[in-house]
Write a protein that binds this ligand. Structure first.
Ligand code: SF4
Length: 412
């Protein structure tokens, strides 16, 4: 069986086996490899150091050269943010055309970029094969957090999540995941990579998709992000958020080692089954045990439990007391993030009242667990996950083109 994919103007036939659309609750996504571009060139972004050297070798470069050049190119890509071989001044000019013929240094295409009155920035990005996904940057006084997507759409259908209303289109590649960080650095003017004074200080894998259903690509991308020669973000500043893919959690701890966040959102089976349908497969007890076993979690690196506040659904005093009981029962080094629900047209739920949220937070605090209420950010730009993509899909192609032209003209 085959499917036709549009790559820019070119049409390409690929095996549909490369991109299955997984089932509702127990998806078996197949990681998507680096797809050939229509011009046959290879995108270097997302390759490991070894893969980069291999790419040069397979282009015909001899071994000693390839070892040297791959180190130099690596530095230019991830430390200096170069997007053209012509800028790589320690690589002989005569070699630039050879590199340009075979390789590209990719960035996602920006379909839309918005800035909120509170400084939150949101981008709708497009892959080379025309898939749209989102990225959000949230600046605070002492940090700047980039919320990165791992999939186009999502299989998990969490009921409070707008992305959950979209079907999974495909996994993002390691290059597309790390490409979001590179693009954010471009946009913030943060090259070369500096250890101090950055605006982009933290990363959360909390955008579109379930990162543990795209494990290999997420791991490879985060390794690139953590590499001290390049983007050099500490694993302590990276958080991977899962809705509870229990069998992958130990591997995430061992092979990636970043901070863990869990979308808990409910403390009873019935309510969590409704809000996070994956709960029917991996229940609350199993999930909390996997958290207790997560390598590296301790009081200095607590696990964050995300809890969206839904009116009359999960926000009672009894829910708050049960939350404390559960977290203490599993002896978890925990912090609870209370998230006021950001509704969209047609959403099934309403946000809890501010008084209810405060009371819930107080009970959890009194139970000895930190439970700050997250300030909603970027509400004027549809910054909740998945909203920009849907809004853009409602616009016609012509409208988007017109807006892009206007932006271009405004830039002079
Ligand atoms: S909350 Fe995360 S896992 Fe659940 S539907 Fe949304 S994107 Fe998917």
């Amino acid at each position: 069986m085959s499917a036709i994919l549009r790559y820019g103007d070119a049409m390409q036939t690929v095996s549909a086996a490369l991109m299955p659309i997984p089932g509702h609750i127990d998806p078996v996504p197949v990681p998507r490899g680096v797809q050939p571009r229509p011009d046959g060139r290879v995108d270097l972004i997302g390759l490991t150091k070894d893969q980069l050297r291999e790419a040069l070798l397979s282009g015909g470069m001899e071994l000693k050269q390839a070892k040297l050049r791959s180190k130099q190119i690596w530095h230019w890509l991830y430390n200096r943010g170069a997007t053209r071989f012509a800028d790589m001044t320690d690589i002989a000019k005569a070699q630039h055309p050879w590199l340009e013929e075979r390789f590209v240094i990719g960035r996602p295409e920006v379909v839309e970029a918005q800035v909120s009155s509170d400084g939150t920035r949101k981008w709708l990005l497009r892959s080379a094969d025309g898939q749209d996904y989102e990225m959000v940057f949230i600046p605070d006084a002492d940090r700047g957090t980039l919320c990165v997507s791992s999939q186009v759409g999502c299989t998990l259908n969490c009921r409070f999540c707008h992305t959950g209303t979209m079907r999974l289109v495909r996994n993002l590649t390691a290059g597309e995941i790390v490409g979001q960080v590179m693009l954010a650095r471009d946009s913030l003017g943060e090259w070369p990579s500096q250890p101090e004074g950055r605006m982009l200080t933290n990363i959360v894998m909390m955008g579109m998709g379930e990162p543990l259903y795209n494990f290999d690509a997420v791991r490879d991308a985060l390794k690139l992000v953590m590499d001290g020669d390049g983007l050099a973000l500490s694993k302590r500043r990276i958080t991977l958020s899962t809705s509870g893919v229990v069998p992958m959690m130990a591997r995430a701890g061992a092979e990636i080692g970043v901070n863990l966040a869990v979308s808990l959102h409910a403390v009873t089976k019935d309510v969590r089954d409704e809000l996070v349908p994956l709960n029917k497969k991996y229940g609350i007890e199993e999930l909390l045990q996997a958290c207790a076993d997560y390598p590296g979690a301790n009081n200095a690196r607590r696990i964050t439990f995300e809890y969206v506040m839904l009116k009359d659904k999960n926000d009672s005093d009894a829910d708050a007391h049960e939350l404390v009981r559960l977290l203490r029962h599993y002896d978890l080094p925990a912090k609870v993030n209370l998230i006021p629900f950001n509704p969209w047209p047609g959403a099934d739920y309403e946000c809890s009242t501010p008084e209810r949220i405060r009371r819930f937070s107080d009970i959890v605090f009194e139970g000895g667990i930190s439970a700050p209420v997250r300030t909603p950010r970027g509400r004027d730009i549809d910054a909740a996950c998945g909203q920009l993509k849907t809004a853009a899909e409602k616009k016609s192609r012509a409208q988007l083109d017109r807006e892009a032209e206007e932006k271009f003209a405004a830039l002079g």
